[in-house]
Design a protein around this ligand. Structure first.
Ligand SMILES: [Zn+2]
Ligand SMILES: [Zn+2]
Length: 371
């Protein structure tokens, strides 16, 4: 039996009010130092046991409460006996505590690498024409020192001593509630049957290193704001030769103050003066394909809509284009000088019903323009 009477908080080097995360962190750190595979100190195994017991008690809310209130005696009265860990089976202990290999050096089974995401901002004009962009992101790549197997060059992974290479173990966990036995993936090797004794210096046995990656992205014409482009196999490298993940490029399309996008259609507004609207004129209207000259008839009304067929956005990954609809606004003078006032009043006096008579079928025309 380990000496059971030392203060558990003192053993872990944490305050009495330490959070669960602080306790876990402290134990992880001590376990790394005291692990019998690592430490040369002769008393390391014994100290490791004590620290593991302290962690066992303090990481459980019930036993921690008992210990806080009544100390070691409280734990005994409460029927809680800290596990007398078998140092020959440390992999299982770590797995029970961390669900994972403490040293991050077990080889894992071949697994697909994770996906990565990156954003790119483009102009509406770029979305109209399609554009190529360069993006940079950090992804995990196979370590170039060890070639991805995690073993220092000149060494090779060896058969896992915990499972003898089978990749599976019976796990026994003891707690206040009794003993649980289950068969699962070996925690010493995560099921691969092999472990790395001499981890690669560069990747610390992970087989992968994180580094910047530059990618060219073809952004197709017609892309919509918020759409994602998947670049297959450009994401994080897989473990042990597994396939790499993908990169998702989210495309954000900036607003263009001249236009409003409505699906594949483009909406724009043209401002005519009251004189241009009354007498007719030819004015320049912007489209994503350059300016076009539009002729307006005498008597053009505000609210009229001119449809420019095929001047809208390309339809993504299909043939065809949307339309551009141009809404007519008539600007009414906000300030007039004396001379202009006199002329407008004179104009008004010379006006009659005929001046403002509505054309037959005005609404029909408007409706057909709006489709
Ligand atoms: Zn490496
Ligand atoms: Zn194993």
């Amino acid at each position: 039996m380990a000496t059971a009477e030392r203060d558990y908080y003192e053993l872990l080097g944490v305050q009495r009010g330490a959070s669960d995360a602080e306790i876990k962190k402290a134990f992880r750190k001590l376990a790394r130092e005291l692990h019998p595979d690592v430490s040369e100190e002769p008393d390391a195994p014994e100290r490791f046991k004590e620290v593991a017991q302290a962690y066992e008690v303090l990481s459980n809310a019930e036993s921690r409460k008992l210990y806080d209130q009544y100390g070691h005696a409280g734990l005994k009265r409460g029927g809680f006996t800290p596990t007398d860990f078998d140092l020959g089976n440390l992999g299982d202990i770590f797995s029970a505590f961390f669900g994972d290999d403490l040293f991050g050096r077990a080889t894992r089974g071949a697994g697909r690498g994770g996906d990565a995401a990156v954003r790119v901002q483009i102009e509406l004009a770029d979305a109209y024409a399609g554009v190529q962009r360069t993006v940079e992101l950090d992804v995990a790549a196979a370590c170039d020192r060890c070639g991805g197997d995690g073993a220092e060059p000149g060494t090779t992974p060896v058969t896992c001593p915990t499972c003898g290479g089978t990749g599976r173990v019976q796990q026994v966990s003891r707690s206040v509630f009794g003993e649980f036995v289950r068969t699962g993936a070996c925690p010493g090797c995560s099921g691969s049957g092999r472990v790395i004794e001499t981890p690669c210096e560069r990747c610390e046995g992970q087989g992968r290193t994180i580094g910047p990656k530059t990618l060219e992205v073809e952004i197709p014409a017609g892309i919509h704001d918020g759409q994602q482009i998947r670049l297959r196999g450009e994401g994080h490298a897989g473990a042990n030769g597994g396939p790499a993940g993908d990169v998702y490029v989210e495309v954000l399309v900036s607003r263009d103050e001249r236009f409003e996008r409505d699906g594949n259609d483009i909406l724009a507004q043209v401002d005519l003066t009251i004189v241009q609207a009354a007498l007719g004129d030819t004015v320049s209207v912007p489209t994503l394909d350059g300016d076009v000259e539009l002729e307006f008839e005498p008597g053009t009304q505000p609210g009229e809509v001119r449809v420019l067929r095929g001047k809208g956005m390309p339809v993504l990954q299909r043939y065809g284009r949307g339309d551009q609809r141009v809404l007519v606004n008539v600007s009414v003078p906000r300030r007039v000088n004396d001379e202009q006032r006199r002329l407008l009043e004179q104009f008004e006096q010379g006006s009659d019903e005929e001046t403002y008579r509505r054309d037959e079928g005005f609404f029909e025309k408007l409706r057909s323009a709006l489709r």
